[in-house]
Write a protein of this length. Sequence first.
Length: 351
Amino acid sequence: MNLGELASALNDFASLSLAESWDNVGLLVEPSPPHTVNTLFLTNDLTEEVMEEAVQKKADLILSYHPPIFTPLKRVTWKTWKERLVVRALEHRIGIYSPHTAYDAIPHGVNNWLTKGLGACTSIPLHPSTAPSYPAEGTHRVEFCADNTEHLDTVLSKIKDIQEISCLTTLPARVEGEEQTRVSLNCSQKALLEVVALLSQNSLLHHKTEILLLQKPLLPHTGMGRLCTLSEPVSLSDIMERIKSHLKLPHVRLAMGMGKTLESPVKKAALCAGSGSSILKGTEADLYLTGEMSHHDVLDAVANGVSVILCEHSNTERGFLSELRDMLAIHLQNKINIIVSEKDRDPLQVA
């Protein structure tokens, strides 16, 4: 499969439009074409040790969940480890692709995998994603009623001359017992200013105008974080053991909410893979589950009676790679070899 086809297929699996605006996702390093991908190499973090493993295993494309290039590089030399990653990738004709928060948002992504550590539960996104485009052209809808007169014909003629106007319709309407014409149109933010300026020239039209902000529709089961409702309440100590088993960890860090004990029941859990403070903050739940949170955010949660389980950043993400390998094998119709890094690991350990 050539690199362009594979990149397109990966975007079909998880649209990059779902990634957060601050993120750096997609194809980050591209060898000169033509570039055929026979082996796709999956990792959570692309370190130099992992890059060497990818070279040894003759990878053609590395899918690194975390983008190894985040802040802009001013040069590509041998001086810093991230620059060396780019050098090594290009020397060995290895592409680098990163999905990051696009995989957080999708229904079959990282956060969905993390919910499985809680046991039987239902979940909804904490911050739902919206569709990448509006259901119709334009960002606003303008509606107004007017007498069916020559003046209305003049107004409509001028509206038609405005750029970025669409879905202009007129319908007969009865307003306060009078026969009138109801006008509806879609327009961009820029065109809205011109339409309002035109209608404001006639006070009667201006006072009868409604302006509606068109919303992009929410995507079902898609978005950042998850609020999980367990089928049956489980003690804090039991839920902690479930999480350790799911993540294959000998230990986690626990902060018990004010007034809570290890036997306190957990019915609702809010979770976010990675660093979840901004997503979880203020959510009503018995438990917050994430990789890392700031000291003060933990204190806030505890003061509000919410227990917190921290597992270290990448430990809440890495286990997803095995599931991802199987899903991508089906999605790509087993056309390429997909392997998961054996060297990728969380940098922190208990000493």
